[in-house]
Design a protein around this ligand. Structure first.
Ligand code: ZN
Length: 113
């Protein structure tokens, strides 16, 4: 599963950061998940709770921030929010749009003590 490997590398990163900064435990992890990232936020959290056992992240809360999808029309250059996977331009009706936001999958912040 995609989410499993993401979480495993996330926890490995936290472990490395903790060692490098002489940190005892991680308190909070902020992660941004785009709607178009291919990752299910709910499943990501479930995976996280499973894999954090007996790691530096054991007591760390994961805060998932959802990044909504936005696209740019390639004909009239309008930027518009994508709802329900509708990629046609609300301005001119063109179907030639390019996703400009929503593919992010990134840890933005880690709190430790
Ligand atoms: Zn347009």
């Amino acid at each position: 599963m995609h989410e499993y490997s993401i979480i495993q590398s996330l926890i490995a990163t936290c472990g490395r950061v903790a060692r490098e900064h002489d940190v005892k435990k991680i308190v909070k992890i902020y992660i941004t998940v785009g709607r178009m990232s291919g990752v299910d936020p709910h499943f990501l959290e479930t995976s996280y709770r499973f894999f954090r056992e007996e790691t530096v992240c054991e007591h760390a809360e994961m805060v998932v921030e959802i990044e909504e999808t936005e696209a740019e029309c390639q004909d009239c250059r309008k930027l518009f929010p994508v709802k329900d996977f509708r990629f046609d331009c609300p301005e001119c009706g063109s179907t030639k749009s390019r996703v400009t936001r929503g593919k992010t999958l990134q840890v933005t912040h880690i709190e430790a003590e």
